[in-house]
Design a protein around this ligand. Structure first.
Ligand code: SAM
Length: 324
């Protein structure tokens, strides 16, 4: 029995079950931490859009949410089963009352880290979904500006859609470093990534105000065409490949006859192969058909160049990648 890309029970699903995480998303935060050392020196954190709670579990374990002076505040629209050492608030992060309740916990003693894995209910209309996601991120950012200490860190799910540049530029107003990261446990098929914003450093004279939306650029459909300082291009990083929980990539599959088969997914091809690298990948079976030296160097295996428009041109195909 093969494994289809629709099968949600991938290696991270199984590992999450084995390790007692409430959701496979736990690995996204763990892999982001591995790359960016998010938890270093952190004792006070906010987990926005936290249900069912795997990120809160990670925070509680990694930063000792139960220790003296250590605080983890988790917020979601939905109720969550309790987690030791985690204060829970049930509410909508876009609502003033919820934001105020969160802020109360950090008055006089700000947070080191704010994370937000929030996702609105997807409508299937991409523009609407991206807009809703952006609004959630901005609500989270607004709360972060009230609770974060200078130098603090903000990590939020972001949809890499058409107007993502607008969000990056807004985040750069408040943070010295903004990167876009895609943990390996985030499905390849998903548009999601995570904005990792480090060194909170609001503009001089900035006063946080919950009643004002933070996005003060006018909504210009040509925003992505902007030049100069208005156009922010943030580095894109993948993470999680070297993690120990990642190294044994095999997992059991149930066969129709009731027996079990240990399946090891093929490793992903490296990024940025040149023509020679493409030849090597071809030998390994990663490229399905012939390759041609006249092709431009390949920048990413999953965004291969178009074939040449000549009769002898060859098509480069990436094999179906593992959806994990
Ligand atoms: C992908 S889940 C988060 C998973 C979580 N990080 C974990 O590891 O268990 C997204 C969550 O966002 C929450 N959410 C969406 N919009 C929200 C809002 N406006 N306020 C609070 N939570 C929201 C949903 O209720 C949902 O539980």
């Amino acid at each position: 029995m093969g494994r289809t890309s629709k099968d949600k029970r991938d290696v991270y699903y199984r590992l999450a079950k084995e390790n007692g995480w409430r959701a496979r998303s736990a690995f996204k935060l763990l892999q982001l931490d591995e790359q960016f050392q998010l938890f270093q020196g952190v004792t006070r954190a906010v987990d926005l859009c936290a249900a069912p709670g795997s990120w809160s579990q990670v925070l509680s374990q990694k930063i000792g949410g139960q220790g003296c002076g250590h605080v983890v505040v988790a917020v979601d629209l939905q109720a969550m089963a309790p987690i030791p050492g985690v204060v829970q608030i049930q509410g909508d992060i876009t609502q003033l009352s919820t934001a105020k309740e969160i802020i109360q916990h950090f008055e006089g003693c700000p947070a080191d880290l704010v994370v937000c894995d929030g996702a609105p209910d997807v409508t299937g209309l991409h523009d609407v979904d991206e807009y809703m996601q952006a609004q959630l991120l901005l609500a989270a950012l607004n709360i972060a500006t009230h609770v974060l200490k200078p130098g603090g860190c903000f990590v939020a799910k972001i949809f890499r859609g058409r107007d993502v540049t607008l969000l990056y530029s807004q985040l750069r107003v408040f943070f010295s470093s903004v990167l876009c990261a895609k943990p390996r446990s985030s499905r390849n098929s998903s548009i999601e990534a995570f904005a990792v914003c480090q060194s909170y450093d609001p503009p001089a004279g900035f006063t946080p105000d919950l009643t004002r939306p933070l996005l003060d650029h006018s909504y210009d459909p040509d925003f992505n065409q902007l030049d100069g300082p208005s156009r922010i291009i943030v580095p894109f990083v993948t993470c999680g490949d070297l993690s120990s929980y990642d190294s044994d990539r095999s997992y059991p599959l149930d066969l129709e006859d009731g027996s079990e088969y240990k399946y090891t997914p093929p490793t992903q091809p490296p990024i940025s192969p040149s023509y020679q690298e493409a030849c090597r990948l071809k030998k390994k079976g990663w490229l399905a058909k012939e390759i041609h030296p006249q092709h431009h160097p390949i920048s990413r295996v999953d965004t291969l160049p178009q074939p040449l428009a000549t009769p002898e041109s060859h098509t480069l195909l990436a094999p179906e990648m593992e959806d994990n």
